[in-house]
Design a protein around this ligand. Structure first.
Ligand code: 3PG
Ligand code: MG
Length: 401
């Protein structure tokens, strides 16, 4: 296991990797739960009197959301009720001067790690540890803290290089996410274990089923992935209509796997019995899957009969894991499936973990209380990998001693 903040010596200069990667709209960085979560780690370190140097990334070179972290510093400051200094430099003279000028309890955010050429290409930790970026910064701090669980599936310099050259610790977000998201692979549950799997990527669902088929009793399907499984079960859905690009390629690539999963694990896999669409008057319409003779419109959610079938299964479960939405929940008309299962989880006294891309956003959007869930993950890709038991480069690097 890794060391945590409980093991950190007092009065350190700590270099902390956060994941503040956020939606950017018209150049404006949008506040989101990543700030709120990481605030806990940063506040704890500052209040303990450490000198806190923060690193994070935003977007990727070439993307519209590849911007400076200047706004992130202000947003973070509003979450920790103390100043967060910012320097527009990753590891050059300006960055070093700002680090060396820190006093106990000060917090400084360095520029977007991905503006440094040595950050991005995925390479072994040993290679990353030997970059100028890592070697230079390491000389000016005493310890490294990785709190960026949601980026830990990337073998980037700021995530895997530092633990090789500095005493390394897991931050509070890293610690909580790791424990909750690994639990399905590591923990024994007394009762029924259910997994709600939706979203757009069939391979995520397939990976989860292949790896957790013996741990999970029931898979409740929805989303694009669910429609592909319905097609494999012989229904006339799960293909692209004109102008669509969701189904056909995925079908080509995954058809055999999906068919054999249905063959081998049919008893564990629950598919939607009805689907929802936009009707002639722009309202939500529903149709039973058995009555679909030919797909002639897009299906945007599972139907209410499906929610009625999924609801009692969730309420009978000891543990429920959610990966991916069951419909296009951003549109209220098509949020019935996703909010239906989330409400059932919230009202049930089960162990629960919700994550996978944007799914957890539905909780706040529809007035549910995050406290009614066991763990709400801020991770996307890392969450999927953790669920399937795959190692995360950033976590493995932290575990090395
Ligand atoms: C995320 O937002 O999913 C993580 O920060 C990883 O970002 P990336 O997908 O751009 O590597
Ligand atoms: Mg991503």
């Amino acid at each position: 296991m890794f060391k945590t903040l409980d093991d950190l010596d007092p009065e350190q200069r700590v270099l902390v990797r956060l994941d503040l990667n956020s939606p950017v709209e018209d150049g404006e960085v949008q506040d989101n739960r990543r700030f709120d979560r990481h605030a806990e780690t940063v506040r704890e370190l500052a209040e303990a009197g450490h000198r806190v140097v923060l690193m994070a990334h935003q977007g990727r070179p070439g993307g519209d959301d590849f911007v400076s972290l200047e706004q992130h510093a202000d947003i973070l400051a509003s979450h920790i009720d103390r100043d967060v200094g910012f320097v527009a430099d990753t590891y050059g003279d300006d960055a070093i001067a700002a680090i060396d000028a820190l006093e106990a309890g000060d917090v400084l955010l360095l520029e977007n790690t991905r503006m440094c050429d040595e950050e991005l290409p995925e390479e072994d930790p040993e290679v990353k540890a030997d970059t100028e970026f890592v070697r230079t910064l390491a000389e000016h701090v005493d310890a490294y803290v990785n709190d960026a669980y949601s980026a830990a599936h990337r073998s980037h310099a700021s995530l895997v290089g530092f633990p090789l050259v500095l005493p390394a610790y897991a931050g509070r977000v890293m610690q909580t996410e790791y424990e909750a998201n690994s639990s399905i692979a590591t923990r024994e549950f007394d009762g029924q274990v259910t997994m709600v799997v939706g979203g757009t990527k069939a391979t995520d669902v397939i990976d989860v089923m292949n790896n957790l088929g013996d741990k999970v009793d029931q898979f409740l399907l929805g989303g694009i992935a669910g429609e592909l499984f319905l097609r494999a079960a012989g229904n006339d859905v799960g293909f692209d209509l004109e102008g669509m690009d969701f189904f056909d390629d995925q079908w080509e690539e995954n058809r055999e796997t999906i068919e054999s999963l249905l063959d081998e694990r049919g008893d564990q896999i629950k598919l939607a019995v009805d689907l929802a669409y936009e009707d002639e008057t722009d309202d939500r319409g529903e149709i039973a899957v058995a009555n679909i003779t030919e797909k002639d419109r897009a299906y945007l959610d599972v139907g209410s009969m499906t929610v009625d079938e999924y609801d009692p299964i969730i309420r009978d479960s000891e543990a429920v894991f959610v990966k991916g939405a069951l419909g296009l929940f951003e549109d209220e008309r098509f949020a019935v499936g996703t909010t239906g299962v989330l409400r059932a989880i919230a009202e049930t006294d089960c162990f629960s973990v919700v994550g996978g891309g944007d799914t957890s956003r539905a909780i706040g959007m529809y007035g549910m209380d995050e406290g009614d869930f066991g763990h709400v993950s801020i991770a996307g890709g890392a969450y999927i990998r953790a669920l399937t038991g795959a190692p995360l480069a950033g976590v493995e690097a932290l575990k090395q001693d």
